[in-house]
Design a protein around this ligand. Structure first.
Ligand code: COA
Length: 260
């Protein structure tokens, strides 16, 4: 499948998805959201891919937000639909993907861009990156999960301040708040993320997807995370990966996981 607004490369079970609309600072228009849905969905079904790194094209921006030109004249109903479809197709979809997704924030991550990074399983930022949810400066609020995920990651008070001041924070401040896990020089960003991905791919893909599901359960309405953990824990016992992982330990050798 060929894509217009994204680039895809693969090496050693690690896929890198690059959002590529550099002339618009990689802003998320409808077509890009649909292509991202398509690529994540395809990669998740592809057993070869164990980790996905998501980044933006160029040095300036990860994603400078939802494409403002597309929704500037929307009605109330269209606004509701935009947020609902986006959350469904991309943001919730990424968060619940079985394959871990690392956001490599290479520059501006604003509005929908930061919301997308927050939907990823964790974030690494270049030292040049800047982050914020400036929607209230446009007369709107974050609609792709930002009002929910930002407080989850940095706490309610800090999220409230950042959102209602439409503030923009540099990478080191995002690190101090726990919004990103690491800050590295821009030129080293992808190598650094590949280094983390190389550690992830040594582990059982099935156990990883169960861990993602159990961790996410804590943040889902009406779901008891402890119960989900118990079920997921039990499910692991029925997998080849579990047999292989425990056998390899007892036989003092490296485990070869197949994801079955
Ligand atoms: N939607 C649509 N187009 C966008 C965009 C967005 N979110 N962010 C940037 N662009 C476009 C600009 O319109 C410009 O296009 P043009 O050359 O056709 O006019 C191009 O990307 C370059 O952006 P520009 O504003 O000229 O770059 P800059 O270096 O002066 O400023 C930013 C960079 C990120 C500070 C600025 O682009 C910005 O504030 N973007 C919007 C951020 C935002 O509010 N996001 C939340 C949306 S809900």
């Amino acid at each position: 499948m060929s894509y217009t607004n994204i680039r895809l490369s693969k090496e050693n079970s690690i896929a890198t998805v690059t959002i590529h609309r550099p002339e618009k600072l990689n802003a998320l228009n409808k077509a890009t959201i649909e292509e991202l849905h398509q690529v994540f969905s395809t990669l998740e079904k592809n057993d070869e891919t164990r980790v996905i790194i998501l980044t933006g094209s160029g040095e300036k921006a990860f994603v400078a937000g939802a494409d403002i030109s597309e929704f500037a004249d929307f009605t109330v109903e269209e606004g509701i639909q935009l947020a609902a479809q986006g959350q469904d197709l991309l943001f919730n979809f990424v968060e619940n993907l079985k394959t871990p997704v690392i956001a490599a924030i290479n520059g501006f991550a604003l509005g929908g861009g930061l919301e997308l990074a927050m939907a990823c399983h964790f974030r690494v930022a270049a030292d040049t990156a800047k982050m914020g949810l400036p929607e209230v400066s446009l007369g709107v609020i974050p609609g792709y999960g930002g009002t929910q995920r930002l407080p989850q990651l940095i706490g309610k008070g800090r999220a409230m301040e950042l959102i209602i001041t439409a503030g923009m924070i540099p990478a080191d401040e995002a690190y101090r708040m726990g919004l990103v896990n690491h800050v590295v020089p821009q030129a080293a960003l992808l190598d650094f993320c590949n280094g983390i991905a190389s550690k992830i791919i040594k582990n059982s893909p099935l156990a990883i997807s169960n861990a993602i599901n159990a961790i996410n359960a804590n943040y889902k309405d009406g779901e008891n995370g402890f119960e989900t953990e118990i079920k997921s824990f039990g499910r692991c016992f029925g997998t080849e990966d579990f047999k292989e992982g425990t056998a390899a330990f007892l036989e003092k050798r490296k485990a070869e996981f197949t994801g079955n």
